[in-house]
Design a protein around this ligand. Structure first.
Ligand SMILES: [Zn+2]
Length: 235
């Protein structure tokens, strides 16, 4: 095998592991943030609904206050109608006002009941959301502890791998070849090389043109897959 390929395969072995550990180190804080954001959304919902229920309760109180006033007026009109002091015209006017008041009280009571119903519904929603939030916070606390442990382990593993890689020689690999290799590690998720298997690239499973296979067999240069760009090798 081309000595450059042999050296690259040696590096690939450890760079694959490094890629995995680095991906893990990237993924963990992202997932933590995502979970934290989800809890934040629930908290926000609870706040919005609490606000909504508070203004409903204020409206209900306002309605109760109004109906108390209307009832007092009604009582007064009833006693004035019954004490014999009012003439026919005044009595008619009292009755007209009393009908209006009764209608208004009845309408206000309907409104009030509707708001009470809605407030109770929202209270239930808040209770459900709060339960969900409490549970989510417990799970999140456990998750955070795990993330801390896993991050520490992954960091230690990475240090170890980096130390190991520093002992691997990249002698004989030209700077351009190294650059190509490193670029592929990034774009091809830690797999910069692919084996030639039965006329196809084992990295992307695309059939390779004959001239590629021939060039690879010659073993004098690095040959890349025309489809996925990975550096091809064969035993
Ligand atoms: Zn390929």
């Amino acid at each position: 095998m081309n000595p450059v390929l042999t050296a690259l395969l040696g590096l690939q072995e450890i760079d694959r592991e490094i890629f995995k550990v680095e991906s893990e180190l990237e993924r963990l804080p992202k997932e933590e943030q995502q979970r934290s954001d989800e809890l934040g959304k629930i908290r926000e919902k609870v706040a919005v609904k609490s606000q909504e229920v508070a203004s409903l309760r204020a409206e209900i109180q306002e309605i109760e206050h109004t109906t108390v006033g209307l009832r007092q007026r009604l009582k007064k009109l009833e006693s004035s109608s019954n004490d014999g002091s009012a003439d026919a015209a005044l009595l008619a006017s009292y009755q007209h006002e009393m009908r209006n008041i009764k209608r208004n009280v009845s309408g206000a009571e309907d409104d009030g009941l509707k708001r009470v119903g809605r407030a109770e519904m929202i209270d239930e929603e808040i209770a459900a959301l709060t339960a969900k939030l409490t549970e989510g916070e417990t799970v999140f606390a456990e998750f955070q502890a795990n993330v801390a442990t896993e991050t520490k382990a992954a960091q230690a593993k990475l240090d170890e791998l980096l130390k190991e890689r520093s002992t691997k020689s990249s002698d004989g690999i030209s700077p351009t070849e190294l650059e190509t290799y490193r670029g592929l590690l990034k774009t091809r998720e830690g797999e910069a090389l692919a084996e030639l298997g039965d006329g196809l690239c084992e990295g992307c499973f695309v059939n390779l043109p004959k001239n590629i296979v021939v060039r690879l067999a010659r073993g004098t240069e690095l040959v890349q897959c025309p489809s996925c760009d990975r550096i091809l090798y064969t035993y």
